[in-house]
Ligand binder design. Sequence first.
Ligand code: ATP
Length: 207
Amino acid sequence: MRQPLICFGGTFNPVHVGHLIIARAVAEQLGAKRVSLIPSAIPPHKACPGVRADDRLEMLHLAVQGDELFEVNRTELERPGPSYTVDTLKSLRRLHGPDVELVWVIGLDSLVELGTWRQASEVVELARVVTAVRPPVPADLDDRLALMANAFTPQQLLRLRADILPTPLLDISATQIRARVRERRSIRYLVPDRVDEYIARHGLYRL
Ligand code: ATP
């Protein structure tokens, strides 16, 4: 039986409990024992001053320390240029071998844009693309999926539709956390304690 590896990519700037709870919810629903958190390279115009890729990476390590479900994968940080999912999936396949089922988790916003991703059709062949959505699924979803008929085969579209998973609603974002730090407000409980301490110790997001 092929063991699924849940791959959860993001900028994680910083990682917060929303990421961890969603990733665990998907892993539980798919019976997966491993989740790979994959921080992406950030284009220079989006980068936060004073926050290096090493900081984002270190915060991820601190967030999942001692939790056997999670591993942190630095593939995208080590690759020069933009982080394309198709390249990441190829490298994960090389790393984990042929017997692992790769599951790439996205949100609903990304699902409706998936057709514009680089080599989108290959992405859904390399991995099972699972969309985490808080219920209810929007009524116009099938119409929006139909708009991607030029990018995917009918079978691929059916698979994408079938792999929509309900996940909890957590109104937490990294943007909100960065704003709270800037305004000198507490981020306690929004991020793991060790991440909170790291942000304070290194003075991240204060400017
Ligand atoms: P930012 O606010 O800087 O855009 P973010 O909080 O959305 O960041 P990312 O690192 O961009 O975090 O997110 C990685 C993935 O996690 C994305 O697919 C995003 O949709 C998803 N995600 C982030 N926060 C939540 C949340 N609270 N609930 C569900 N999914 C989330």
